[in-house]
Ligand binder design. Structure first.
Ligand SMILES: [Zn+2]
Length: 345
């Protein structure tokens, strides 16, 4: 339960500051009523839980994305030693108590269990059946019912769907994109873990396809919330990822910054590229990778199968830019894990 001491650790001002500092420049000064609506950091039991407004107003479901501050885990990280670190170091809360919700090597099982209990309590879901996965960067989605074996033991896969009240679907991330889906007509939900491999394999569309098959979900009735994950600003990937995306998506070029065309064509020899871009020879070599926008890719994957673009929402948060609020495996390596959860009340 909430105590005065716990409340003190997450003062209200801090949350307001975090909300104001949302990543997209176009949203920085906008009011809550402006479009798109800013996601809210909801204060509960000394935790800050990120909510997608489009899901929060659906009274029949419960959802939330965990954030970093406020747990029982002690994380000491040297994440700030990287070259990107200097500007962000000052206001980062990297040392001290964090809400690590994954069973990582550096943390004790006891702390993680306590953190999970605290998170599910803050979410108001402690009485629900909590269903997790052993995530393997696949495109496998499981249907969950109260009689499913999955309720007792986590299955391998990266997405969960249900239409049964009392079941909380949970995915774990620390840079990959957590995606929550809600069918507003048939009252079904999904939780999806989508990193670059899951995105490449269109896991979000396949999960929606499974909802169509199992529940009769129509894509036009779906609301999608793409939670905090590593942004286009920070997610450099190698040529092999570029080649894979190029092979699978005609519009992939829109999702990358950097020498997409030359990398997709297998032309990543750093010596002759400057000729093409007309840079003076001997200055900076071209990057050997390109930056991938997983949010844009997952948005396109969902809209391509019929989810209305106006019903696909993203938080605007990059986990690597905002290690004060989230965990970033790419940036920190030794770090915690966040959970995204959705269920029917
Ligand atoms: Zn970033």
């Amino acid at each position: 339960m909430t105590t005065a001491a716990k409340k003190k650790t997450v003062p209200r001002k801090r949350a307001q500051a975090a909300t104001r500092a949302i990543a997209a420049p176009s949203q920085r000064r906008s009011e809550p009523a402006a479009k798109p609506v800013e996601w809210k950091l909801h204060q509960s039991d000394g935790l800050e839980i990120l909510e997608a407004p489009a899901l929060a107003r659906l009274g029949w479901l419960v959802h939330g994305f965990s954030t970093r501050p406020g747990g029982a885990s002690k994380l000491t990280t040297n994440a700030m030693s990287g070259r990107r670190a200097s500007r962000k170091t000052k206001n980062a809360r990297t040392n001290g108590s964090v809400l690590n919700l994954g069973f990582t090597d550096w943390d004790s099982r006891k702390s993680v269990v306590a953190n999970r209990k605290k998170f599910f309590h803050a979410l108001g879901t402690e009485k629900m059946e909590i269903v997790t996965l052993r995530q393997i960067h696949s495109d496998i989605a499981h249907r969950v019912d109260s009689s499913s074996a999955l309720v007792k033991e986590a299955a391998q896969g990266d997405a969960l769907i249900t239409r049964e009240p009392g079941i909380l679907l949970v995915v774990q991330t620390a840079d990959c994109i957590p995606i929550l889906l809600a069918d507003t007509k048939r009252h079904a939900v999904a939780a999806i873990h989508s990193g670059w491999r899951g995105t490449l394999n269109r896991i979000a569309a396949k999960t929606l396809g499974r909802m169509q098959m199992e529940f009769g979900t129509r894509p036009e009735d779906v609301v999608a919330a793409l939670g905090p994950g590593i942004g286009r600003c920070c997610y450099e990937v190698g040529p092999e990822v570029v080649v894979d995306f190029h092979a699978k998506f005609p519009q992939a070029g829109q999702w990358f910054d950097g020498p997409f065309d030359s990398l997709a064509a297998g032309e990543n020899d750093p010596n002759w590229l400057p000729w093409l871009t007309m840079k003076p020879p001997g200055h900076q070599p071209p990057p050997l990778g390109a930056n991938l926008d997983l949010i844009a890719a997952n948005r396109a994957i969902l809209t391509d199968v019929g989810v209305p673009p106006a019903r696909v929402f993203s938080s605007g948060f990059c986990t690597a830019c905002r290690t004060d609020l989230f965990f970033s495996y790419r940036r920190e390596h030794t770090t915690g894990r966040m959970l995204a959860a959705i269920g029917i009340r």
